[in-house]
Every structure is written in C-alpha cells, then in structure tokens.
Design a protein around this ligand. Sequence first.
Ligand SMILES: Cc1cc2nc3c(=O)[nH]c(=O)nc-3n(C[C@H](O)[C@H](O)[C@H](O)COP(=O)(O)O)c2cc1C
Ligand code: SF4
Length: 452
Amino acid sequence: MKGKSGLVKAIERELGINIGETTKDNKFTVEYANCLGLCDMGPAMAINDIMETIKKKRTGPVIFSEYKRGDAIKKALSMTREDILFELKDSKLKGRGGAGFPTSTKWMLTAAAKSDDKFLVCNADEGEPGTFKDRVLLMEFPELVFDGMVVGGYTIGSQKGIVYLRGEYEYLLKPLQDYLEVMRKDNLLGKNILGKKDFNFDIEIFLGSGAYVCGEETALIESLEGHRGEPRNRPPYPINTGYLGRPTSVNNVETLAAVSHIVVKGGSWFAKFGTDKSSGSKLFSVSGDCEKPGVYELPWGIKISELLELVGAKNTKAVQIGGASGHCVPKSQFNRTMAYEDVATGGSVMVFNESRDMLHVLKNFMEFFVEESCGQCTPCRMGNVKLLEGVEMIEKGEYTFAHINKLKDLGRTMQMASKCGLGQSSPNPFISILENFNDEIFNAANGGRNGK
Ligand SMILES: Cc1cc2nc3c(=O)[nH]c(=O)nc-3n(C[C@H](O)[C@H](O)[C@H](O)COP(=O)(O)O)c2cc1C
Ligand code: SF4
C-alpha cells in the first residue's frame, strides 16, 4: 500500500534477479516477508535480519503517565500477594494479547497451582499483522514491562521470567539485555530482591524464529522447549502444565506494562478509564491510509470515527481491526466503539481509503494464513487454502455464488473445528470482507467481478 512494488522493482533491477531468486554469486536472495512489525513505517525491509525503514519514523504520541523504574517492584514487595491480586481484580485488567482473559484470574490460578517451579512468560512475539505497539513499549518503556514481570513473579511464586521476543525484533535483544544487567546491579533482579528475603527472580530473553503461530501461548511454550512451534491441546492449560510441564503464566507485553501502573496507582485508578467491561486505556497500532500512523494510547470505548479523525484518515472506506484475523468494519459502522463488548482488538488498526481494492486486501490476508498455518489440523491447513482459492476465483470472475456460500460455511466450520486461535479466526476477514463489501466485489456495475 505504501510503495512496496516500486521498492521491489528497484531492488530487482539493481541485483538483476526477480523476487524469489538468488544472484549467481549466491550473495543475495530477495523474498517477500509476511510481516516485520513495522507497519507504521512501511515500506520496510530486513537485510540480514536488520530492519531498514525507507521512510523516517513517524510514531504517534504514546501517552503514558509518569513512572519511575523499580517503583512497582518496591510497592509490590511491601504488599501481600493477596493484596496485589485484589488490586488487579479491582482494576478489571484484561489481557492485552487479544483474548482478553482477566489477568487477576490468570495469576490467581497460577499462584494456586502446586509446584516448586513456576514460570512467568512475557509474550513479545507480536506477529499479528498491523501490530507494533509491543515493539514501541519494549524500545521506549522497558522498565514498565520488566517491572511488571518481577511483580508477576512475586505474585505467582515464580523465580524465573522469560521474554519470548519475536525473531524480527532481534535488534532489540542487546539493548534489552543491557537493561536487565542494570536491573541486576540495582538488585531489581537476582537474589533477595530489594532486600526481600527469599524473593529471587531473574529474566532471560529467548529469541523466536519468525512464526506467527508461536505467539499462541502453547506453541510459544513448545518453541521455548526447543520443539517445533505447534499449539498443544488444551486443557491442560499453561497455568497448570506449561513450560517444562510446570505452571506458567503467559502475559502480553502491554498487560505487564499496565500491571506496573496498577500496582503503583491502584486498581480503582485504572478502572476509572475506559468502559465498565473494558477498563483502562489501550495502545492501538495504527497503520495504512492516514496522515499520522503510529502507536496511540486511548481509552477503551473510543468510537472508530473519533480514532480516524485523530490519525488524520481521509476518505476512509474500511478499517481492519484486530489484525489479519480481526474484523473488517465498513464506513456504515464507524460509530461503533473499540471495546471488548463491541469491536474487540489486541490493538491493530489498519486504515483503507476509497482507492483500495478490498478483494486485494482479502487476498493478502488469506495468503498470510496459508503461509502461517502450522498444518497440524485439517480445518485450518486445508480450509485456508480453499478460502484463498475462492478469492482467486472471484478475482478471475470464475466463481459461482453457490460455491462462495459453501466457502463461507467452510469458514464457519473452521471457526468451530480448528485446534487453535489461528484457524478459529482466519476465516474472519473472508466472511466480513465478502459480506461488508459485497457490492464492490461482486457487482460488475461497480467495477466488481461478475459471477454465475
Ligand atoms: C495465532 C495466535 C497468535 C498470537 N500471537 C500473540 C502475540 O504475538 N502476542 C500476544 O501477547 N498474544 C498472542 N496470542 C495470544 C496468546 O495465545 C495469549 O492469549 C496471550 O499471550 C496471553 O496474554 P494476555 O493474557 O496478557 O493477553 C496469539 C494467539 C494466537 C491464536
Ligand atoms: S488451527 Fe492452524 S495453526 Fe492452529 S493448530 Fe490447527 S493447523 Fe496449526
């Protein structure tokens, strides 16, 4: 959308090869990447795993209230575990990784699980297309995330925290490790943290390898254990049987950052923001057709139209909310709100203006899922291929409505029968884009494709 084709042509011309090929001297291979977590700065490319942005960074304002490194740890260690869980419950914080599970419940269950070893995992895989808020948090506010991990370790009774960092964020590894070293020096990590007898906790960073499905918590744990990153059957849930078979709490980067603020300022302070069912504020990663892409901190409950105005979006036709696996909201529904009770999201907001071809958008999403399905279960492995074939049939005008309706049924079957969230949500764009943009896609009079 932001000039990728021109960039690719220039590289092909320079190297004398086509995309997908390797130069004769074996020095260069050029390939498309699904997602580099840099949607606010596109077009982006990775050269030998190092990110290069073609345009300058244009990050939106991230409105964080004041926070001093170590404050949440200090405060937490002066409280009982029950008090911390109470504040979290009071805050009504729901996990920011997408599923929205209450954090207090997750930590209470992990704390109650019987085991000498427990783990706290920070999910920094951030593979959902259109999401890049965790990258900004880790780069600019690591103190919020790491302090939240230490608080989590104390609350659930764990001695070890692991950050699962997405492979494409390798350039963050060294600065984050340096930061952990400073925390160790200040006794914010290590043995008897801040003099609290017998509270020992340290953090290790594990680099992922670039698979979207490894963001799913059980696939992530498999990957951490050195196995192929494939989701596990649930139950048992990680809170009882997680990393190395031990109770494990997997929490999103933003969730942990929110915890730090809640511990310092109180659960009721946090719950004052947002709506009754969606408390607090949310980081939205905004990309696409707008003047000011970037990360925005906004209260839950904000109208889509308000957000569009804020980011300078003009002539907007559709907004894809929640990433590739989310929902495509047409203009007629821009008065809806971003909230768990209305349009829920892990934070990805992709804006499409009137010039965009929604079938092309859909094709891009379905290609992503075909590529990223781990292949373990049939509904997802086969279903995504069939849905993509359907999109290609529409593209060529070689489809029947009966077949497209069958594919929508297939999508609904995938939502019910797939093993993990990837296959359960990958039909969402297929169903929502075809339904909401029926006229544009199928009506030849409107430039769409004729069917039979
Ligand atoms: C395919 C797939 C990818 C996911 N990717 C991420 C991710 O990149 N980051 C994340 O925090 N959660 C991701 N999740 C959700 C996690 O499984 C899990 O719910 C989350 O990390 C829990 O943290 P929270 O309670 O703080 O939200 C993904 C889920 C699925 C099904
Ligand atoms: S739904 Fe897809 S990604 Fe998830 S286990 Fe099945 S094949 Fe793998």
